[in-house]
Ligand binder design. Structure first.
Ligand SMILES: *[C@@H]1O[C@H](CO)[C@@H](O)[C@H](O)[C@H]1NC(C)=O
Ligand SMILES: *[C@@H]1O[C@H](CO)[C@@H](O)[C@H](O)[C@H]1NC(C)=O
Ligand SMILES: *[C@@H]1O[C@H](CO)[C@@H](O)[C@H](O)[C@H]1NC(C)=O
Ligand SMILES: *[C@@H]1O[C@H](CO)[C@@H](O)[C@H](O)[C@H]1NC(C)=O
Ligand SMILES: *[C@@H]1O[C@H](CO)[C@@H](O)[C@H](O)[C@H]1NC(C)=O
Ligand SMILES: *[C@@H]1O[C@H](CO)[C@@H](O)[C@H](O)[C@H]1NC(C)=O
Length: 651
């Protein structure tokens, strides 16, 4: 004690000398340390130059503060401190999807799905908040929140008590001015997992019934993310801390690190929060990341997390090009509102033919690469090479030079329909582009038009692995381990998912003159994750005795790896998907309610995982609140070969 007070004064001297600009946000994680210990640390912090920003005391312990790097280093060496890391931002990484999943389940599917889950299940969303007025969040019933629910509705200027209802039973915020979603992502994700049935479309596209996987589940909102910035690590930890105290049953996290190399488990706010939630029986479901198809690009890879990959479904959005004279249609993909005539009356040209100075730049329609006189009134075909070509630049170039439409050639962009508003844009594959180029090369006055987008169903094969979906195996601390564990865990639809948005987002493309959309179509593992969270709520309700690992096992062991042709699921390049692409396979929502064998990973196995990963007994015990007094790491220390011996459902 005496020595620590002595050292404390040393820091005070240090920080007095340090210019204020050097202070940065840090998270100090002290594992499952007792609150009395924590109080001492708070006292230390309060007396230092650093400002205390947040404290964690319910699910785990620690705090976030503004510190100088020297102070951070000093604190990291104190007994009981597991880690100190800089407070950085993580990234926010229909509906046909439930009907599509039911069609894959075939005779297994319960026609009455969505399963009538008990209304006692609460799903917590760590995201950008919620737009409470959305139709998707009307209450299923006027039943009071579940007995034992300990959450709260944190009100403020634009989020009053009536924003919480029988559907939204809790709302807290750690960033911004209220729990209201001004981004859209949080509302999209929550409505996919637990939204009510709604007739919805995106200006007529994807028209049908949008609903969440679990209509009776309740929603608890933990807002940790803001538009442009992303999600602050220290806010994510506060969200977990509160969600654990509030008594949620499932936590859904469509957020991930932007770093190329994975964060160490003790410096990853999602891994830390999820570990403590799992210890208390809460299942944590996370998006696996959008960094595919590169190997070992998987995010949120701690073994206690249910990590979700994204697939396509059997629906596509076609925006086709019709060529004059040739009686030919070139297939393109995008979501837009072309106002061009349906007759092919617009001259077609290539960027190359409209070159101003630099030929290569012109081929790709870079900014300031085209001659206005050669573009005006025409539809321009633009190629795409490296990641240095941005569709927004290409569009700006064509628009500014008076073009009437744009056809972009890209094998990657053409796989996921993006939306581009009312300037006619379609994206074509190389194969389709070849047909188009042949026409251009062999036709005297090539003419064409870009049709409006149409929704096309019954696509086969489906699902396919979405190209952006991050792949395994898990990389631990920057090394590809020899006997790695398989990740992702499970796959769900994550391409072109229609779900709720904010009510006033004027940045989203609309047909001219129309109000902002209440529902939009977007893609990402962010969209796949809440499909699993919704089903996890149903599984919790159907088999209340399952532990978090048991629910994870039920969802994984009932998944299948066949598509709607009855053959093995493929990637969108046509290769057979491996467990490093799809984990246990595609979600089967009804079968998951009737699992057979359950692999119930015990908390001790997760602790052993930490041991094999290189943490010593002291560190593991300070992280875990359930570690028995007698717990010892197995002899031999770090042993990456043993990591795969975890009782893991996918093995
Ligand atoms: C709460 O907010 C809604 C709109 O967000 C408004 O219509 C309602 O009048 C408010 N209720 C109270 C009690 O202020
Ligand atoms: C419920 O929340 C209160 C504070 O809001 C806290 O003191 C209490 O410990 C919580 N109960 C449980 C069971 O976590
Ligand atoms: C265009 O092709 C379709 C079939 O692809 C055919 O039915 C139609 O008669 C053709 N029209 C002309 C003008 O050649
Ligand atoms: C079209 O012509 C250009 C040169 O004029 C050539 O480079 C290209 O390969 C041709 N493409 C097709 C599909 O014929
Ligand atoms: C949308 O509503 C939110 C909350 O009421 C407000 O903060 C935001 O400025 C609005 N955005 C626009 C574009 O009107
Ligand atoms: C355990 O590891 C921590 C952090 O690496 C270290 O500070 C501590 O001395 C170790 N304890 C033992 C008993 O080896």
């Amino acid at each position: 004690m005496i020595s620590s007070i002595f050292l404390l004064s040393t820091i005070l001297v240090l920080s007095a000398a340090a210019p204020a600009a050097e202070l940065r946000g840090y998270v100090v994680y002290t594992g499952a340390a007792s609150p009395s210990n924590l109080a001492l640390k708070e006292a230390i912090i309060n007396r230092m130059s650093g400002q205390l920003l947040r404290t964690y005391r319910h699910g785990f312990s620690g705090f976030a503060a503004r510190l100088s790097p020297q102070e951070a280093t000093f604190i990291s060496m104190q007994p009981g401190v597991v880690s100190v890391f800089e407070d950085t931002y993580l990234k926010l990484l229909t509906t046909r999807s439930w009907g599509f999943l039911a069609s894959l389940e075939g005779s297994y599917a319960n026609p009455a799905y969505p399963y009538a889950c008990s209304s006692d299940i609460v799903v917590g969303f760590i995201d950008s908040g919620i737009w409470p007025e959305s139709e998707s969040f009307r209450p299923a019933s006027s039943a009071p929140p579940p007995v034992g629910w300990n959450g709260t509705c944190q009100t403020s200027k634009d989020f009053n008590m009536s924003s919480c209802n029988g559907k939204i039973v809790g709302a807290r915020f750690y960033v911004g001015e209220s729990a209201r979603d001004v981004e859209g992502h949080g509302s999209h994700v929550a409505s996919t997992a637990a939204g009510m049935e709604v007739k919805a479309s995106y200006y007529g596209l994807a028209a049908g019934t949008a609903r969440g996987g679990s209509e009776s589940a309740r929603i608890a909102v933990y807002k940790a993310c803001l538009p442009l910035f992303g999600c602050l690590s220290s806010a994510i930890l506060s969200a977990f801390d509160d969600a654990i105290r509030d008594g949620v049953n499932v936590i859904s996290v469509s957020v991930g690190s932007t770093q190329l190399t994975p964060l160490d488990f003790t410096e990853d706010p999602i891994a830390i929060g999820a570990f403590h939630a799992t210890e208390r029986g809460i299942l944590v479901v996370c998006a696996g990341g959008n960094s595919g198809p590169a190997r070992s690009s998987i995010k949120n890879d701690a073994p206690w997390i249910l990590t979700v990959a994204a697939s396509t479904m059997d629906r596509n959005f076609e925006t086709n090009v019709v060529l004059a004279g040739a009686n030919k249609t070139i297939k393109g993909r995008s979501i837009g509102f072309s106002k061009l005539s349906r007759s092919p009356i617009y001259p077609l040209t290539t960027g190359e033919a409209a070159v101003d100075k630099n030929r290569q730049a012109a081929r790709e329609c870079h900014l300031d690469s085209l001659k206005a006189s050669k573009v005006k009134g025409k539809i321009v075909v633009c190629e795409t090479s490296a990641s240095t070509t941005y569709l927004s630049d290409q569009r700006a170039e064509i628009v500014s030079k008076g073009g009437v439409g744009m056809v972009v050639v890209s094998d990657t962009e053409s796989r996921v329909p993006g939306f581009y508003g009312d300037f006619p844009i379609t994206i074509v594959s190389l194969e389709e582009a070849n047909k188009l180029m042949t026409y251009l090369n062999t036709t005297r006055n090539p003419m064409g038009t870009i049709l409006g987008t149409v929704t096309v169903g019954h696509q086969k094969p489906a699902p396919e692995v979405a190209f952006f979906s991050s792949r395994g195996p898990s990389m631990v601390s920057g090394n590809i381990i020899k006997a790695s564990f398989i990740l992702p865990d499970i796959t769900a639809p994550g391409v072109a998912i229609l779900a709720a948005w904010t009510g006033n987002d004027s940045s989203i493309a609309t047909p001219t003159g129309r109000a902002p959309p209440a529902y939009i179509i977007i893609s990402g593992t962010s969209m796949a994750c809440p499909h699993i969270s919704g089903v996890a709520a149903n599984v919790r309700s159907a088999v209340p005795t399952l532990t978090a690992a048991g629910v994870k096992s039920a969802i994984m062991t009932t998944a299948v790896s066949t598509n709607n042709l009855g053959t093995a699921i493929t990637t969108d390049e046509g290769d057979w998907a491996t467990p490093y692409d799809i984990g246990a396979g595609i979600l089967q929502p009804t079968r998951a309610l009737r699992p057979g064998l359950i692999y119930d990973t015990t908390a001790d196995e997760y602790l052993q995982f930490l041991c094999y990963h290189g943490y010593n007994t002291t560190t593991v015990k300070s992280i875990s609140r359930t570690a028995a007094r007698s717990f010892r790491c197995p002899a031999g220390g770090a042993n990456r070969d043993l990591i795969s011996s975890l009782n893991y459902p996918s093995i």
